[in-house]
Design a protein around this ligand. Structure first.
Ligand code: RP5
Length: 163
C-alpha cells in the first residue's frame, strides 16, 4: 500500500513467487495494513537482502514475511539480520513441489527462529493473518477487525448447505 510507512515487509526470492504471495498482499490490504512487497533473494542478492532486513526495524516494519522455494534459505537469512518476527512461507515449486522448501524453512537450528506457515497459497494467506494478529496485540481497532473476520468465517460455515 502506498503512503503510510510499511508495518509488514513481504519478501520473496523470485518474481515467480508473486502469483502465490499476492494472496498475502491482498490479505494485508483487506485489513488496511501498510506493507511493501519486494523480490530479494538470499543467494542472488545476499548483500541487498541483509541491508534491507537489517534496516527494516528502524523504518517502522514490525513483521517480516519471507517466501522462497527450493533450498529456501531466505526466511532464515532474514531472521539472522533482524530481531523482528520472521514468518516463512515455503513455495510449492521445483522437483519436490515445496517439500524441500518446507523443511528448509521450518528446520531452523535453535537460536534463530522462523515461524513457518503451510506450503503455498494457504501459507501466504496465513502468514498475512499471523502478521495481523501480531500487530493486533497492541492495536485494539485491528483486533476488532480480526474478530470480525473470524466471525465472518464462522457464519459462512454455519450457512453452508449440502445437496
Ligand atoms: C527461489 O527459487 C525462489 O524463491 C523461487 O521460489 C525459486 C525459483 O526461482 P526462479 O528460478 O523462478 O527465479 O529462490
Amino acid at each position: 500500500m502506498d503512503g503510510a510507512s510499511p508495518l509488514v515487509a513481504v519478501l520473496m526470492g523470485s518474481k515467480s513467487d508473486w502469483e502465490t504471495m499476492r494472496q498475502a498482499d491482498e490479505t494485508l490490504a483487506s485489513f488496511g495494513i501498510p506493507h511493501e512487497c519486494r523480490v530479494l533473494s538470499a543467494h542472488r542478492t545476499p548483500a541487498e537482502t541483509a541491508e534491507y532486513v537489517g534496516g527494516a526495524e528502524s523504518r517502522g516494519v514490525e513483521v517480516v514475511i519471507a517466501a522462497a522455494g527450493g533450498a529456501a534459505h531466505l526466511a532464515g537469512v532474514c531472521a539472522a539480520h533482524t530481531l523482528l518476527p520472521v514468518l516463512g512461507v515455503p513455495m510449492a515449486n521445483g522437483a519436490l513441489q515445496g517439500f524441500d522448501a518446507l523443511l528448509a524453512t521450518v528446520q531452523m537450528p535453535a537460536g534463530i527462529p522462523v515461524g513457518t506457515l503451510a506450503i503455498g497459497a494457504a501459507g501466504a494467506r496465513n502468514a498475512a493473518l499471523l502478521a495481523i494478529a501480531i500487530l493486533a496485540n497492541s492495536r485494539p481497532g485491528l483486533r476488532d477487525k480480526l474478530r470480525q473476520f473470524r466471525a465472518g468465517q464462522r457464519e459462512k460455515v454455519l450457512r453452508e448447505t449440502l445437496p
